[in-house]
Design a protein. Sequence first.
Length: 305
Amino acid sequence: MAGGRSGAAGGDAVRGEGAVDEATGGELRTGPGSEVTLRPQSLMLTFLGNFVLGSDVCVYSGSIIEVFGRTGVGEHATRSTLTRMVGRGLLQRRREGRRMYFGLTDRAAAILRDGEHRIWKQGAVNDDWDGTWTLLAFSLPEASQRQRHDLRSQLTWAGFGPLIGGLWIAPGQADVTAITEDTELGPHIRVFRSTADPATDISRMVHETWDLATPSAGYTAFLDRWFAFADGRDASDVDELAVKLRLLTEWLQIVRADPHLPIQHLPADWPAAAAEAVFRRANARVDAASRALAEEVLETLPLRA
């Protein structure tokens, strides 16, 4: 088995693609006393990011089913999720005798590396902003509704906000390579790096351009759910592997909804730093034990024979 690692989740990287289990409705409660639900595919991406990414192995479906059973996901939902992810180019199959193994595709690995970066390298607080902005302007024909929707989704995903008309803005040197290299979208966009004039009220612009209520509420709710557990006050027996997967899946969904704006232009009581501290303490409680459990449960083969 490939060793577990404190990697990343893919979260809702591929939105709207959850499998539904007849027994659970495809919903998983996460965190002590939580009302949050997680899609099986989001949980699957977390699992892959932590125990498969970078190891060049594929995992036996039976052991994946066992892991997901620990989180409350039934066999039907797990198998359906694996099948759908193969169909969407996120997983590849390898048959060995009567057993089926699943490994990452390049597309899935890229999604997972992005999640890994957001959790462990970028972090939840943007406290080293250099004062620069990335401006992206686009002009698409009215008939190009699908392309327009795709572009707006990609920009939101990358932390951009709509400044005015077809001009979008993101703090710092936002990576727009995937957008500029898109054969359909690339010819219709222009990208600039700039700084704001001193007369610009940046704090006001931030409040007018981005939805701050959603990430703020996400961080606050996360604090409420995980604070006691992170501080070791929840002494009840837990399955560390299940908790690890739920914790990381939920956290990545929250940080992906946050455009990572400069902390000096956010409200003084912005809860990201406190929530991240709780996340790291909660993760520390279960990390070693979850990796040991994964070593016991997962059966793997080299991805390429």
